[in-house]
Structures are given as C-alpha cells and as structure tokens.
Design a protein around this ligand. Structure first.
Ligand code: HPA
Length: 231
C-alpha cells in the first residue's frame, strides 16, 4: 500500500476513479481520504478544498498513512521557482529541504531528535519511472518551506535564492513527520510559477492555482505508473 498526498494539481485525477472516499478519525484529528486497491490518497486541503496551508493538520494526515499500512508516501507539492532555469510547468524531484521554523512533531512528551532527509531510494524510483515514460523531470533541488499563506516578498526571494531552488508551504512538514513514523517520503514538485520578482510579471495566486490543475497529463501518467510500481 502506498500513500499519496496532493493538492490543487490532483483535483479530478484519473487514478481516483473507482476509489472510495471516507473520513478516518485519528487521535490527531479526522482526515478525508480516498482508498484505492493499492493506494491511499489524501487531498491535503480537505474535502471542500478549503484548508489553507498554514492550517493543514499534517500530523493527522501523515499518521493516517501509517495507520492504514503505507510504507511509502509520495507528496505532490506545488512550488514557486527561485531560479530562471527552473521553468513553470516543469516537474522537480527535490533532494533536500530547508524548514528551520514551525517544525511539526509527534514527540511532545518524549525527547526524540530524528535526522531528517528525503527518502533517496523512493526519489530514485520516481525519477527512473518518469524517465521510462519519457517524462522530463529535474533530478534534485532544495525545497524551502514558508508557513504561508502569503507569498514571499521580493527581498525574501532574493535571500532564499542563495540557499534554495523552489519554495512551497507543505512538503517539509510532511517529510519530517513521515520520517518520525519511519515511513519513506519523497516529493514530486510541480513548478507552478516563478517566485515574486524572479521575472518581471505580477504574481497572482488565483492564476497559479488555475494553471496548476491544467494540462497535467505527465503528472497523472507518472502517478499511475508509481502506483503500479510501489503497490
Ligand atoms: N511561493 C510559495 N509557495 C508556493 C508558490 C510560491 O511562489 N507557488 C506555489 N506554492
């Protein structure tokens, strides 16, 4: 059983056809999900698509994957690009992340310090599966997580450009919690825009979201193949 957690770009995804949806209650809160033959899919913004990034119950989401028997979790995460050569509409498989603030944990009553990283073997499977399908993906990149929900200022973007490649609001929290529960976690980042000020164009998040769900054939093919590969 594999876990998939995704946002805006997976709305109406074909792999969900035939999956049944339900709510699972956990000690961390309740989670709306889809259960297929070989996968569990959690839409991280909830059933009504109205949970903003800073209010997502990451602990309940990731705990649910473990509770339902997932060994691996793939996150599909929307990002903005900090680099001119990482173009919107590309797919990037990050190899590390920066998130030194708002770090979530399951360890509130016990002193445990995990060593965080993305799962390298899962990352390699994503990349080789994509290449077998002829889907171009960028191998590696540093993901920087902000709390959101606002986008970054131009000054923040200039600062982040020195240390990271893409910016998002969700992936690092999921990766950290999955590691705490000993599940493999890797991410498929969909590059939906250039970050504020990277190019000379006004950023509009409504447009980012609209673009994110358009024309994602490659992403859908990749996820379908990964479900077969990892089941
Ligand atoms: N910044 C932060 N998170 C994002 C962006 C961005 O530009 N685009 C998609 N998620």
């Amino acid at each position: 059983m594999m876990g998939i957690i995704g946002g805006t770009s997976l709305l109406n995804a074909e792999f969900l056809w035939g999956a049944s949806d339900r709510i699972v209650n956990t000690k961390f809160g309740s989670v709306y999900l889809f259960e297929g033959k070989d996968f569990i899919f959690i839409p991280r913004h909830g059933k009504n698509r109205n949970i903003p990034p800073h209010r997502i119950n990451h602990r309940a989401n990731i705990f649910t994957f473990q509770k339902l028997g997932c060994e691996n979790v793939i996150g599909v995460n929307s990002v903005g690009s900090l680099k001119k050569n990482i173009k919107p509409r590309s797919i990037l498989i990050p190899n590390d992340y920066i998130n030194p603030w708002n770090i979530p944990t399951y360890y509130d009553t016990k002193i445990v310090h995990i060593t965080p990283s993305l799962d390298e073997s899962l990352r390699k499977i994503i990349i080789s599966t994509a290449r077998k399908l002829g889907i171009e993906v960028i191998d590696g990149g540093i993901y920087l997580q902000t709390t959101g929900p606002r986008l970054e200022t131009k000054a923040e973007v200039k600062f982040f450009q020195k240390i990271a490649d893409v910016v998002g609001m969700t992936m690092a929290s999921e990766a950290t919690l999955a590691r705490e529960l000993d599940m493999g976690y890797a991410s498929i980042c969909t590059v939906d825009n250039y970050c504020h000020g990277v190019i000379d164009e006004i950023l509009d998040f409504e447009k980012i979201i609209e673009d994110a769900s358009k024309d994602r054939d490659d992403l859908m093919r990749l996820i379908n193949a990964l479900i077969k590969e990892l089941k």
